[in-house]
Design a protein around this ligand. Sequence first.
Ligand SMILES: Nc1ncnc2c1ncn2[C@@H]1O[C@H](COP(=O)(O)OP(=O)(O)O)[C@@H](O)[C@H]1O
Ligand SMILES: [Mg+2]
Length: 259
Amino acid sequence: MTSPSAPLFQVENLHARPAVDDLDAATPPEILRGLNLTVNAGEVHAIMGPNGCGKSTFASCVLASPEYEVTEGRLVLHGDDITDWPTDVRAKAGIFLGFQYPQEIAGVSVIQFLRQALSARKGIDLSVLELRLATMDWMKRLGMDSSFVDRYLNEGFSGGEKKRNEIMQMAILEPDLAVLDETDSGLDIDALRIVAKGIREVRVDRPQMGVVLITHYQRLLDELAPDHVHVMVDGRIVASGGMEIAERLERDGYESFRS
Ligand SMILES: Nc1ncnc2c1ncn2[C@@H]1O[C@H](COP(=O)(O)OP(=O)(O)O)[C@@H](O)[C@H]1O
Ligand SMILES: [Mg+2]
């Protein structure tokens, strides 16, 4: 049952490993090894961690990627245990994932994709014209040309265009929880500022939205001032705090967080 008093999103002792179809194959080791996280409505959380610690695996598990098997623990959204919910149901319930490496989809334009995603998420069937109007404002805010929505999804997009497109999707789909995986990677400082501004503007429109920012870099945190900063090492969160955690990371590196 959805509970109004429950936190927006809770991750309880999450363990996950790559899914294997081949029954004879050796069981792969766990990538996530007891991850805990609570995100309240309106909060921005940053997760920082070295390459390979499991950040993208976590993002994939939040949206139920078939690539991973959850072996222990729970994911709870608005008080509902969603651990067994498939991807489409989670998306409909309000979870948005911005990918580290957005996929190219040949032959599907940005606007066609948005139209389908919006229909799946909210059951709203906007005409292309209506959607075009809705996207125009966001494209302007994100510094994109209005012809952008007619291009094929991510085909030949620069790193910055891919990330801005993810932010526009987030703005249009109006999620309750947005998980943004390395939204800052591959961006120069100007593009990073535009993306950060886009995230801030979506939050102004949707102050209750929770955001989990997965990032390598202090720069994005300086722009977005998260409420909570977490350090992830070897598949679990080993330290949590405010911006002082990010400053300690900058100074001492991840080694100082390894036990
Ligand atoms: N589908 C998979 N099959 C096998 N190993 C995987 C798979 N996905 C991730 N891994 C491994 O799990 C570890 C964590 O990967 P990932 O979650 O992408 O880390 P991060 O995003 O923090 O850099 C890495 O060692 C990676 O090689
Ligand atoms: Mg990653």
